[in-house]
Design a protein around this ligand. Structure first.
Ligand SMILES: [Zn+2]
Length: 145
């Protein structure tokens, strides 16, 4: 009888140990995932100052379709403020690009940015553009692009 009790106790102890080890592994994995997420969000973050620098460097101009704050303001003063310009990671954060490297940042209009997503290059987006950018590129200049 005591043998059976002993065997049961050993079995229970092993089972508990197993559950404990499994649980610890789960916790470790969760912590690693959280650290990775934090790292990604750190690399994704662009400070307001940096955003301002990139906007000025790129002349408030979408680097794909070429629409700019100046162009809008010429149509109607103040209209440029309605153009939603965004800062895009040329190489996406998910594939290793960083928001800390200004060479990896560019100005895009919201429309080109949505089309670009995380995968496409500027050239690929340009080929796919189906919205009205003809007015930005007069007929005789079209061949340059
Ligand atoms: Zn654009």
């Amino acid at each position: 009888m005591t043998d059976i009790l002993f065997a049961a106790a050993v079995f229970l102890a092993l089972a508990l140990l197993f559950v404990f080890l499994l649980y610890r592994r789960l916790l470790r994995r969760q912590r690693r995932e959280m650290e990775a997420e934090r790292e990604v969000s750190y690399r994704r973050r662009i400070t307001p100052k940096m955003k301002q620098r990139i906007l000025e460097r790129d002349g408030y101009t979408c680097q794909i379709c070429g629409i700019s704050k100046d162009f809008m303001d010429e149509l109607c003063p103040g209209l440029g403020d309605y153009l939603l310009l965004e800062i895009d990671h040329i190489e996406s954060v998910a594939s290793g690009g960083s928001g800390k490297d200004e060479d990896n940042l560019q100005v895009l209009c919201w429309r080109c940015n949505r089309k670009k997503g995380g995968e496409l290059t500027n050239e690929e987006v340009l080929e796919e553009i189906d919205y009205g950018i003809d007015m930005l590129w007069p007929e005789d200049e079209e061949d340059d692009y």
